[in-house]
Design a protein around this ligand. Sequence first.
Ligand SMILES: [Zn+2]
Ligand SMILES: [Zn+2]
Length: 84
Amino acid sequence: MNRICDICRAIDDQPRHITYHPAGAIPVDQEAVKAVLAAQGLSDDERATILTDVFDTADERHHFQCGASKGCADCVASTTTQEG
Ligand SMILES: [Zn+2]
Ligand SMILES: [Zn+2]
């Protein structure tokens, strides 16, 4: 299942670290909306699913590498054990 990364905004099926926030704590990411609308090769159903993710700001997901580069502790731990 393709999902968007909330950091680099790439759309693919790589593993994601998922974190949860109180509803409304984070504004909808306009750049992510544009990335979904501009993405090639998505079915209407996929596009709708990914857009729903973007608008559901209580639920954030990012690549482990992207999280690690932003200092997300869980992602740092995951990526360093893989390289270990
Ligand atoms: Zn990413
Ligand atoms: Zn993370």
